[in-house]
Design a binder for this molecule. Structure first.
Ligand SMILES: Cc1ncc(C[n+]2csc(CCOP(=O)(O)OP(=O)(O)O)c2C)c(N)n1
Length: 319
C-alpha cells in the first residue's frame, strides 16, 4: 500500500454557501484535488449550484457550465466534442450532479453519454434525496428513510421502495472505469478521482454525500456517519476497471447497521423488525460484492474477473 499525498491546492474557495457539515461540499473539495485545475465542470440544478454561485461570486476555481437538470450527460458529450474540435489539450470534462438529477431526471442523458463512449467523467453525488428543493424523496433515497414526501405517521413508514442501484445501471453500460467514493476516506477518494482523470473513455464516480439537515443529524457528525456507512456495508468502497471489481476497503466483519441508522433522525421511527430487514439487505448486498471481488466468476452485472484475492483486516488501499 502506497501512502497518497493529498494536494494542498484548494479549488473550492472559502466563503461558499454550503450548510455546515455539508457532505457534497467536502466531496467537491476532494474531487478537485484529484482532478486538478484543468477541469471543466457541467452542473445542473442541485445544492451545488446554490453553493457555487451566489451572484456575483463563484466558489469554484475551475470553469463551470450550468445546464438543465435532465441534461448533464448530453452536456458533457457536447463539451467534449467542442474541446476536441478546438484541439484544446489536457482538459478533463466532468459532469457533477445530484442523485435526483442523475438516477431520476437525468438518467437517459447519462445512459446516452455512457453508450456513446463519451470521453468524460460523470460524478453523481448522492445525498439520497432532492435536498435543494426541500428533502423530497428520489430514486436513490433508501428504503425506510423519512423525507418530506415519504412521511412518518399514520400509514407512513418512510420510503416504501428500495434505493435504486445506480452502479448496477451504470455498469450495464460497461464504462471503462467506475468507482464508489466517500469523503470520510479522503485518500481513497482523491486516489480514485486522480485515477479516473488518467483514463480515457466514459467514467462514473458514485459519491456518498451525507446531508445534516436532510438526514437529521448534527453537522459535526458528517465524517463519522460516512465512516459508519462504509463500515456497516451500507456504502462499500470499490472500483470497477474494464469489468474487474476490486474492493478498496476490505472489512473482516461489518458493524451492525443500527450503529449507522441510530445516528440519523430520518430513521428514528424504524422498529427492530424494520431494522432487521434493512440489515439483511445490506448483508446480502455486501456478500454479492465480496463474491464479485474474490471469485472472478463472469456473468454478474459487473462481468468481473478480479485478479485480486481478498485479504484480512480493515485497510484502505491508497494506491
Ligand atoms: C426539469 C426540472 N424539474 C425540476 C427542477 C427543480 N429542481 C431544482 S434543483 C432540484 C433538486 C435536485 O435534486 P438532486 O439532483 O438530488 O440534487 P440536490 O438538490 O440533492 O443537491 C429540483 C427538483 C428543475 N430545475 N428542472
Amino acid at each position: 500500500m502506497v501512502k497518497l499525498t493529498i494536494p494542498a491546492t484548494e479549488l473550492v474557495r472559502p466563503g461558499h454557501a454550503a450548510c455546515p457539515g455539508c457532505g457534497p461540499a467536502l466531496a467537491m473539495r476532494l474531487l478537485l484535488k484529484g482532478l486538478g485545475p484543468r477541469t471543466v465542470l457541467s452542473m445542473p440544478a442541485c445544492c451545488w449550484t446554490v453553493i457555487a454561485t451566489p451572484y456575483p461570486t463563484t466558489a469554484l476555481g475551475v470553469a463551470l457550465l450550468d445546464n438543465p437538470i435532465e441534461s448533464t450527460g448530453a452536456s458533457i458529450s457536447g463539451i467534449r466534442a467542442a474541446v476536441d474540435a478546438l484541439a484544446i489539450p489536457d482538459v478533463t470534462v466532468v459532469g457533477f450532479a445530484g442523485d435526483g438529477g442523475t438516477a431520476d431526471i437525468g438518467l437517459q442523458a447519462l445512459s446516452g453519454m455512457l453508450e456513446r463512449r463519451t470521453n468524460a467523467i460523470y460524478v453523481m453525488y448522492d445525498n439520497e434525496a432532492y435536498m435543494n428543493t426541500g428533502i423530497q424523496r428520489s430514486g436513490a433515497t433508501p428504503e425506510g428513510a423519512w423525507t418530506t414526501t415519504t412521511p412518518v405517521g399514520g400509514a407512513g413508514r418512510g420510503k416504501p421502495e428500495r434505493k435504486k442501484d445506480i452502479m448496477g445501471i451504470v455498469l450495464a453500460h460497461r464504462p471503462v472505469y467506475a468507482a464508489t467514493l466517500n469523503p470520510s476516506f479522503p485518500e481513497d477518494f482523491v486516489r480514485k478521482a486522480a485515477k479516473a482523470r488518467e483514463i480515457a473513455g466514459p467514467r462514473f464516480l458514485h459519491v456518498f454525500a451525507p446531508c445534516p439537515p436532510g438526514w437529521r443529524y448534527s453537522s459535526e457528525e458528517t465524517i463519522e456517519i460516512g465512516r459508519l456507512a462504509t463500515d456497516t456495508g451500507v456504502f462499500p468502497l470499490y472500483e470497477v476497471a474494464d469489468g474487474h471489481l476490486r474492493l478498496t476497503r476490505r472489512l473482516s466483519s461489518l458493524k451492525p447497521i443500527g450503529e449507522y441508522l441510530g445516528r440519523q433522525g430520518r430513521y428514528a421511527h424504524l422498529t427492530p423488525e424494520e431494522r432487521a430487514r434493512l440489515q439483511a439487505e445490506v448483508r446480502s448486498g455486501w456478500e454479492r460484492i465480496l463474491r464479485e471481488d474474490a471469485s472472478g466468476s463472469p456473468g454478474g452485472p459487473f462481468s468481473s474477473r478480479s485478479s485480486h484475492a481478498a485479504t484480512k483486516g480493515d485497510t484502505v488501499e491508497a494506491a
